[in-house]
Design a protein around this ligand. Structure first.
Ligand code: SAH
Length: 222
């Protein structure tokens, strides 16, 4: 077994023992998607050290492995769903989600928006190299406006921290759907929050954990 594979297995074992994640779909997706293939070449050997890593010189980061697998559980994924991600970055989280919403019978789809052009190119290249390009569409633009064309979405995830739920994203979420985002101010801890849309105008909300994400830019960002 390769060193990276052994390190990945150790992480999975660690998450199980700690009870960090219980969702088997999340573990399967984590096992399937090679994080190393979503990293700049000089960081590949650190793929399964459990911390965020920089994405070239963009000032943006790929989240730590434990955060990415927790997000899969927070989203309550199942095969066949349509998911919108704001903040494609490397594309790793989007590929994990795509793996979790695909079964032998059902194929879901992820639309992932990215505001930094260099990262749009990077994420697209990574999808092609890992074979996820048919299940993940990377789109260039301000994710706080959503992507109306493919709405409504069953799930929406923001991987950048904003002051409040962007109204266009709430409008593009299906009733009964779930939106997860880090709410708060940059350079401070934020609260990972789960919103459940209960009617055209209402939602319930639940605080999940303390997190540290890069700032959400754009019209409804910071
Ligand atoms: N999910 C990513 C981690 C991304 S870091 C991964 O798996 O690698 C957050 C990303 O959000 C950065 O790439 C940043 O450029 C992007 N971002 C910030 N504000 C945005 C906005 N309004 N629309 C789209 N992308 C945004």
């Amino acid at each position: 077994m390769s060193t990276l594979q052994a390190e990945k297995d150790r992480l999975i074992q660690n998450y199980r023992v700690r009870g960090l994640v219980k969702d088997e779909l999340a573990f399967e997706a984590f096992r399937e998607v090679p994080r190393e293939s979503f990293l700049p070449a000089n960081y590949r050997s650190s793929a399964y050290s459990d911390h965020p890593l920089p994405l070239m010189k963009t000032g943006q980061t790929i989240s730590a492995p434990h955060m990415t697998i927790m997000i899969l559980e927070y989203l309550e994924l199942e095969p066949g769903l349509k998911v919108l991600e704001v903040g494609a970055g490397s594309g790793y989280q989007a590929a994990l989600i795509a793996a979790a919403i695909t079964s032998s019978e059902l194929t879901g789809h992820v639309y992932s928006l990215e505001i930094v052009p260099e990262l749009v190119e990077f994420a697209r290249k990574n999808m092609e190299e890992t074979g996820f390009e048919k299940r993940v569409t990377v789109i260039s633009g301000d994710g706080t406006l959503g992507f109306e064309e493919a709405s409504p979405y069953d799930r929406i995830i923001l991987t950048a921290a904003g002051p409040e739920l962007p109204p266009p994203l709430f409008n593009q979420l299906r009733i009964g759907g779930i939106l997860v985002m880090p709410v708060g101010t940059p350079r401070m801890w934020q609260v990972m929050t789960k919103f459940r849309k209960t009617s055209e105008t209402e939602y319930s909300q639940e605080a999940l954990s303390s997190v540290a994400f890069v700032p959400l830019r754009g019209k409804f960002g910071i």
